[in-house]
Write a protein that binds this ligand. Structure first.
Ligand code: ADP
Ligand code: ADP
Ligand code: ZN
Length: 215
């Protein structure tokens, strides 16, 4: 199964990706997580990415596309993968299609988690993440069982530096301008499926499983 997750920042892509990845035994590839890991390790890629991420802007396509292509050629992607946060521009979507075409493959679906803008700010400013395993929590909607500690690995959860009110509004602008056009891109290719992301986390997951089960 090869899946692309679409949706605005804060839609719940990362949250659902963890569950989908477990259920379907496919790797969860989050470009945001890969960038953050590189930032924490101070790699050249991390240093370049940080300049853009801290401002709420996109990392340049060339850097991002090469990074994803490398990742998709690793062994664990043989039986499929779940892309979370990529593609984010039409350029990236075209590069992904070319990559797939060159291997005689195609996506199974681009799954849009639909959440109106009015929900986003509260979701993102209340988000807490695990810096070790990438798990995503929310102070109100999905708090960790032991306060401040990741359920999965026990690390202290943190607030992302780009989850402040200011940066969130820039990221929403970027989403509308650069990423929203991908909805039509995948619709035109008959690959789009849509789930209502305003439901509770477990209900969203159930709806996603129904969609994936009927492909
Ligand atoms: P994305 O990867 O799309 O940016 P996340 O999965 O990190 O989004 O979710 C953003 C925030 O919203 C997190 O704090 C998460 O716990 C919370 N969240 C995710 N899905 C839901 C939901 N269905 N209802 C309420 N809060 C949610
Ligand atoms: P969210 O789901 O909350 O928007 P992500 O973790 O997916 O956050 O991404 C965080 C940041 O990393 C983005 O705001 C952007 O700067 C950068 N980024 C992630 N994926 C991409 C991508 N495909 N292209 C360009 N920049 C990206
Ligand atoms: Zn963790």
């Amino acid at each position: 199964m090869k899946i692309v997750l679409l949706g605005p920042p804060g839609a719940g892509k990362g949250t659902q990706a963890k569950s989908i990845s477990n259920r379907y035994s496919i790797p969860h590839i989050s470009t945001g997580d890969i960038f953050r890991k590189n930032i924490s390790e101070n790699t050249p890629l991390g240093i370049e990415a940080k300049k853009h991420i801290d401002k709420g802007q996109l990392v340049p396509d060339e850097v991002t596309i090469n990074m994803v292509k490398d990742r998709l050629q690793q062994d664990d992607c043989k039986n499929g993968y779940l892309l979370d946060g990529f593609p984010r521009t039409v350029n990236q979507a075209e590069a992904l299609q070319e990559f797939l075409n060159s291997r005689n493959e195609d996506l199974d679906t681009a799954l849009l988690i639909e959440v109106p803008t009015g929900f986003i700010l509260e979701r993102m400013t209340g988000r807490r993440v695990c810096p070790s395993c990438g798990a995503s929590y929310h102070i109100k909607f999905n708090p960790p069982t032991a306060q401040g500690k990741c359920d999965v690995c026990g690390s202290d959860v943190i607030q992302r530096k780009d989850d402040t009110e200011e940066t969130v509004s820039e990221r929403l602008d970027v989403y509308e301008r650069q990423t929203q056009p991908l909805i039509d891109f995948y619709k035109e290719r008959n690959l789009l499926s849509t789930v209502d992301g305003t439901q509770a986390i477990n209900e969203v997951f159930e709806s996603i499983c129904n969609i994936l089960g009927s492909l």
